[in-house]
Design a protein around this ligand. Structure first.
Ligand SMILES: [Zn+2]
Length: 404
């Protein structure tokens, strides 16, 4: 036991010494850390001499696409340029990497250089450490902060736990209810993000929508007096914390789990919550937030197949899409692109997509998936938050113009 340990120690010391020796004179060895919520990287190599870190997203078998990466680099000499090569599927290879010096406030690197299967980003780092990620991370702590701020700013806002996950993590959520003396059966709106854990832009959009909704904007103030909201910034908390992709995970993708016996607790709780809202209020709108493929340069909506919708649902859907075209100017904009997710989109499981379940279980609600284009300089915390605000304005416009 002791002998093995000491051999291991010698090996580690030798590796560290070799790393330090390879580093250019006076520079400390670079190290990659991922032991924190959401962290994800498998280190392929660290070239100390070239100050290059080569990684793949961590492998989480059965936990969905291997496209999410988020890691901490230490050992930087302030002012030096660090290179990061990410080897991955195209969905995990943005033109710009997200980068942060404090793990809270994220900007972007310059565009990376792309070859088949990888992108290399170069970034001059001012301090001794830096974080890189596919996009700005959004963790349960961010959802908790948002909910606490909403409760403080708005007496109508109240946080609650949607459920606990199969791994016993809380799924934080926010209700914004009409004040006492408001309408008897106001329109109800359900907004959720991150059925797919890697799509962090979706959570930032939910955040921007909430920030607008609790703000002083007169349109927001009027809207929250006469509507009821539930907002879930992170549906798949387990994969978000694990740092896994989530999309197409086993045994079921969250967004193919919406049948009569869902596997995932957050889907079970969302179905219950939507049914409760439909009982207490008039269920008006379901918005499921996502990020699409890397080559989509405009945001778009998936809708239910029109031949499955009632005339009222179709009229409401078209009115909402008109309001969204007017308000969601981006960047990136929504200029009217819609796609249907019916049998030609997913022959076997289209019925188990969230918004299609909502359509089946409501009479007049608009139920849509929003796919926010991300692979651009606007794919930042502020860019997404702006799109969230614009979606809030679209909802306000839609409901204001809707005949009772
Ligand atoms: Zn998605």
């Amino acid at each position: 036991m002791h002998r093995i340990a000491s051999v291991l120690l010698v090996a580690l010391a030798t590796t560290a010494a070799a790393a330090a020796e390879n580093a250019p004179s006076g520079k400390p060895p670079l190290a990659v850390l991922t032991d924190f919520p959401g962290g994800s990287a498998e280190v392929v190599a660290i070239d100390q001499a070239r100050r290059l870190v080569r990684i793949k997203p961590a492998d989480h078998p059965d936990r969905g696409w291997r496209v999410w990466w988020y890691f901490h680099v230490t050992g930087i000499q302030p002012g030096e340029v660090i290179s990061v090569e990410v080897m991955c599927e195209p969905f995990g290879l943005p033109d710009h990497a997200a980068v942060s010096t404090d793990d809270r406030r994220w900007t972007q690197t310059a565009p990376g250089s792309r070859i088949k299967g990888s992108v290399t980003y170069h970034h001059k780092v001012a301090g001794r450490e830096v974080w890189f990620a596919w996009g700005p991370p959004y963790l349960p702590r961010d959802a908790a902060d948002l909910i606490a701020r909403a409760e403080k700013a708005c007496p109508q806002a109240k946080g609650f736990e949607l459920c606990r996950t199969l791994e016993d993590r809380p799924v934080p959520a926010l209700r914004i209810s009409p004040p006492d003396g408001g309408p008897a059966r106001p329109p109800a709106i359900w907004v959720q993000a991150r059925q797919h854990a890697w799509e962090t832009g979706a959570s930032w959009i939910a955040q921007g929508l909430v920030e607008w909704l609790i703000s002083d904007d007169p349109r927001a103030a009027t809207l929250r007096k006469k509507t009821a909201w539930t907002i879930v910034p992170i549906m798949d908390a387990d994969n978000v914390v694990r740092g896994a992709g989530g999309k197409n995970e086993m045994p079921r993708d969250h967004n193919r789990d919406w049948d009569d016996s869902p596997h995932w607790r957050s889907v079970q709780a969302a179905q219950r919550g939507i049914k409760e809202m439909a009982g207490d209020y008039r269920f008006a709108l379901f918005l499921d937030l996502h990020n699409p493929g890397p080559n989509e340069h405009e945001s778009y909506f998936y809708t239910g197949p029109r031949d499955t919708l009632s005339p009222v649902q179709i009229a409401n859907l078209d009115a909402f899409l008109r309001a969204a075209s007017a308000e969601v100017r981006g960047p990136p904009p929504f200029s009217g692109i819609i796609r249907e997710s019916g049998p030609t989109y997913d022959k076997d499981h289209w019925r188990e997509i969230a918004k299609n379940w909502v359509n089946r279980n409501s009479t007049e609600a608009v139920a849509v998936t929003f796919e926010a284009a991300w692979n651009s300089p606007a794919g930042t915390q502020d860019g997404y938050r702006q799109v969230g605000r614009q979606l809030g304005l679209a909802i306000e416009r839609y409901l204001r113009n809707k005949p009772e």
